[in-house]
Design a protein around this ligand. Structure first.
Ligand SMILES: Nc1ncnc2c1ncn2[C@@H]1O[C@H](COP(=O)(O)OP(=O)(O)OP(=O)(O)O)[C@@H](O)[C@H]1O
Length: 419
């Protein structure tokens, strides 16, 4: 049995309307039937464009949002059915690292207070002295000096704050850490350091990660298995290398073909699949295959009516496409997708040589693929511990404080729940 197993997880948010009486007039199908397994000591990477439900899925594992249907089994226990008090105890074993390190740290608490809060709640350490010792050793593991204890979040750089976020998760000795866009708010050089750190900690402490990201480069180098999400469900899942070598779902093919290759000759000849049209609304998803409205290979007879199952096509590669084999063998030619005209006036789908970057929908590109180098490339070049606190301008500090203030209460709630 895997350490973490999700089976048919759905999270549907009701859409309410009315002044006196709230009427439910529809649902946002944020997560709509996700099944996946995460093995102990491994990393599961979850990718997909903004709004596809990655964060909601991560939060549903911790029961920070209500699960409409399905089960989340951690080490044999179905968390979806646990009474809240027991769930609170289980949360120690499941921790979350948030995207915005500053927003998720209470600006009024020093680092010792932030890190010991969860320990107190879960009865870790017999007194503050013991807790302080443990915190110091974890700070050392994440590459922060022990004098950080008495300092406040705004005194640290972005990368260091994310290290604090990781330390906050680690002091609770979790089995699984869900990292929600752990590096997307950081500079490229710092991104590589934080990814390196996550990998080192995994090796040393045997941690299991679920890493949520929209940037394929981030997920590629840290993940054993990758799941690609589109509009609330998984469209493809495979061991990391297999997914990158041979993407089988049209959506994954489009994602991969949008990633620039660092060899000019290959880059010039690279075929790109350009998708047009926006991600449909999760409140009104297309019938049949959710991707058929943007799929270059959509077929009239099945794609619009029959929702494809995520099926095994060999070698642990799962794909939710009726025609994956036919597309791969070249038997199926490109078709004009239905429904696109309503969304865009341009040529619906073009497979062409890479010439015009501007035509790729932004959400399909790794957000910063044109400006940011590949994380792995960076990680080899960047010297460790290049971040220095204390060289930030007063303006920047004030800005951070202002930005943190309205955010703090909401994020503290998240913190409370996870702690
Ligand atoms: N509490 C909520 N109530 C209603 N709708 C919600 C709620 N939380 C998320 N959604 C909607 O669910 C969908 C999925 O959101 P989610 O944040 O999980 O996507 P995501 O893939 O993580 O995107 P991003 O990378 O932008 O965070 C979105 O359409 C979002 O607007």
């Amino acid at each position: 049995m895997s350490l973490l197993e999700l089976d048919g997880v759905k999270v549907h948010f009701p859409i309410k309307k009315g002044i006196l009486f709230d009427r439910t007039v529809g649902h946002v199908y944020a997560v709509d039937g996700v099944s996946l397994k995460v093995e102990a000591g491994e990393t599961y990477g979850l990718v997909g464009e903004s709004g596809c439900g990655k964060t909601t899925l991560g939060r549903s594992v911790l029961r920070l949002v209500d699960i409409t249907e399905g089960s989340v089994v951690l080490d044999g226990t179905d968390l979806a059915k646990l009474p809240s008090e027991e769930m609170r105890r289980f949360r120690r074993r499941l921790q979350m690292v948030f995207q915005d390190p500053l927003g998720s740290l209470n600006p009024r608490q020093n680092i010792e207070s932030i890190l010991s809060e969860g320990m107190v709640a879960h009865g870790i350490g017999k007194d503050q002295e013991e807790r302080r010792e443990k915190i110091k050793s974890i700070l050392d593991k994440v590459g922060l000096p022990s004098n950080a204890l008495s300092r406040y979040p705004h005194e640290f750089s972005g990368g260091q704050r994310q290290r604090i976020g990781i330390a906050r998760a680690l002091v609770l000795e979790p089995d699984v850490i869900i990292c929600d866009e752990p590096v997307s708010a950081l500079d490229v050089s710092v991104q590589a350091q934080v990814i390196n750190l996550l990998e080192e900690l995994q090796e040393e402490l045997g941690l299991t990660y679920v890493v949520i990201a929209h940037d394929l480069a981030v997920v590629r180098h840290i993940s054993d298995t990758i799941g690609v999400m589109y509009l609330g469900s998984l469209v493809e899942e495979a061991p990391s290398d297999a997914l990158y070598a041979e993407p089988k779902h049209p959506y994954t093919k489009a994602l991969m073909s949008a990633v620039p290759v660092p060899d000019p000759e290959v880059e010039d000849k690279r075929e790109r699949i350009l998708l047009t049209g926006d991600l449909p609304s999760p409140a009104n998803p297309p019938s049949g295959c959710r991707f058929h409205t943007r799929c270059p290979w959509a077929q009239a007879e099945r794609c619009a009516t029959e929702r494809p199952e995520l099926r095994d096509v060999g070698g642990g590669h799962r794909v939710a496409c009726h025609f994956a084999e036919e597309i791969e063998s070249g038997k199926l030619g490109l078709t004009r997708p239905t429904g696109i005209e309503a969304v865009t006036e341009s040529e619906d789908v073009v497979v062409e040589q890479a010439e015009d970057e501007a035509e790729v929908p932004a959400a399909l590109l790794p957000a910063d693929s044109t400006t940011k180098p590949d994380a792995a490339a960076v990680k080899d070049k960047v010297p460790a511990a290049a971040e220095t606190p204390g060289d930030r301008t007063a303006d920047a500090v004030a800005k951070d404080r202002d930005a943190a203030a309205p955010d703090a209460s909401g994020k503290e709630k998240e913190q409370d729940k996870t702690g």
